[in-house]
Write a protein that binds this ligand. Structure first.
Ligand code: MN3
Length: 384
């Protein structure tokens, strides 16, 4: 297979695992992008010799350009550079950017007619309606990379026109599973960064600890599979062996299982509909022995309920709660606020009545994101 791939966010957790898949499958990355980590980006550039690398940070891009002088790799910079990369001729764009920063590059790729392997869930949380409409218009396919959505996508193969009755969206429960709201109050970023099952970046690790990640995946599933909120059940499954499941009208439930390793969903998104040997630990059910399931505790983990409430309120609320969450997580990682302040910020943004617009544009989405961050920063830092 000789696929030409643009990888947006190649130095992150998904990005580096995507390059592992490329190495194994002999795929050709034609462009790689990073925010600041130009040292790793240089290493990747020397190994894979893409035509372009992009460093978002302009000063670091300058250094990188200097360092790569002896190669034919061209260095671009800034958000513009990332957007240009998304438009380069290729077979598929893998978007593993973090946060709403992934939205515009996704739109550029769609408008250029490129299929997308989507790991950036905030693309669909903030702009789900606009993105799915554009994908339809440009006949572009969006392949999920998120493990739960890849699982659902795999469970849907061969189902013909049969309707989904509901989906079971599994959640690991995060590092603070079992803790009360009061106990959560004292949790720090360092506590949260010890995530049990998946190796991830810091933003998504905090989102997993608050369960905001699951709320976002709930919204992501609605857009990817055209579902109502009533058709999605979140189930905590500590072992992360069942990555999600689909229930059909006859009551049959099809689940997708495997040892937790993102290389499976990444590879499947890039090789669909074919499957190939993948360098992962294989599942032994007898070694695992038993699988456990719990109802999520949305009294302690309030981000889950607020995130779902946001999508039920429709309009620009999902985008607003994402902006509030990005700002709150940034402040939490910086040690400026407590763990439960993240859900307080989510609740506060839902109580604003300025995000009700139903027929919104991409510009409205960008403005809402900015507005939500301002409201959140003011709320969190100017209390008492
Ligand atoms: Mn996931």
């Amino acid at each position: 297979m000789n696929k030409k791939i643009v990888i947006l966010g190649s130095t992150g957790s998904i990005g580096t695992q995507t390059l592992e898949v490329c190495r194994k499958m002999n795929f050709k990355p034609i462009a790689l992008t990073a925010n600041r980590n130009f040292e790793l980006l240089e290493k990747q550039a020397r190994e894979f010799l893409p035509r372009f690398v992009v460093c978002k940070d302009i000063d670091k891009a300058k250094k990188l350009r200097e360092n790569l002088k002896d190669t034919d790799v061209k260095v671009w910079e800034g958000e513009e550079g990332i957007e240009r990369a998304a438009e380069l001729p290729c077979d598929i764009v893998l978007n593993s950017l973090v946060g709403i920063a992934g939205l515009i590059p996704t739109m550029k790729a769609i408008e250029t007619g490129h299929d997308i392997a989507l790991a950036n869930k905030e693309t669909l949380v903030t702009g789900g309606k606009i993105v799915t409409e554009a994908a339809k218009k440009h006949k572009v396919k969006i392949y999920p990379v998120d493990s739960e959505h890849s699982a659902i996508f795999q469970c849907l193969q061969g189902s013909g026109k049969n309707k989904i009755a509901k989906i079971i969206l599994t959640a690991s429960g995060g590092p603070f599973f079992g803790k009360t709201y009061k106990e959560l109050e004292k949790m720090t970023a360092a506590d949260a960064l010890k995530h049990p099952n998946w190796d991830m970046g810091s933003k998504i690790t905090i989102d997993s600890a608050t369960l905001m990640n699951k709320a976002f995946e709930f919204i992501e599933a609605m857009w990817l599979f055209d579902l109502n909120p009533e058709q999605i059940e979140v189930v905590v499954h500590r072992e992360s062996i069942i990555h999600s499941a689909v229930e059909y009208e006859d009551g049959s439930v099809i689940a997708q299982m495997g040892c937790p390793d993102m290389k499976i969903p990444i590879q499947y998104a890039l090789t669909y509909p074919d499957r190939f040997e993948c360098d992962v630990k294989k599942l032994s059910l007898t070694d695992i022995g038993k699988l456990t399931f719990y109802k999520p505790d949305s009294e302690s983990f309030r981000c889950l309920k607020y995130g779902i409430e946001a999508v039920k309120k429709k309009g620009l609320y999902p985008c607003a709660i994402n902006g509030a969450n990005e700002k709150a997580v940034e402040l939490f990682l910086g040690g400026k606020i407590g763990f439960n302040d993240i859900s307080r910020a989510a609740e506060h943004i839902l109580n604003q009545n300025e995000f009700e617009k139903e027929n919104f544009t991409l510009e409205d989405v960008i403005n809402t994101d900015k507005r939500a961050r301002i409201i959140t920063e003011e709320f969190l830092l100017n209390r008492k």
